[in-house]
Ligand binder design. Sequence first.
Ligand code: ZN
Length: 72
Amino acid sequence: MDPRLLEILACPQCQGPLQMAAGKMMLVCKQERLGYPIEDGIPHLLVQEALTIPEIEIAAMAEDEPPAESPR
Ligand SMILES: [Zn+2]
């Protein structure tokens, strides 16, 4: 999936940033621990289709999170 697409996508529930789940066709809202499935390359950003992600999987994802600080 195009990483630039990720930048413009937001969680439909909290408007927070979404992160690609490694090894899964899923976009994850870490704040709410919700996973939005991606089918055929199209993310389904629907609250009613969101899956609850176990906290341990969220913790595993945090390791490859990009730095939060902006350059300026
Ligand atoms: Zn959210």
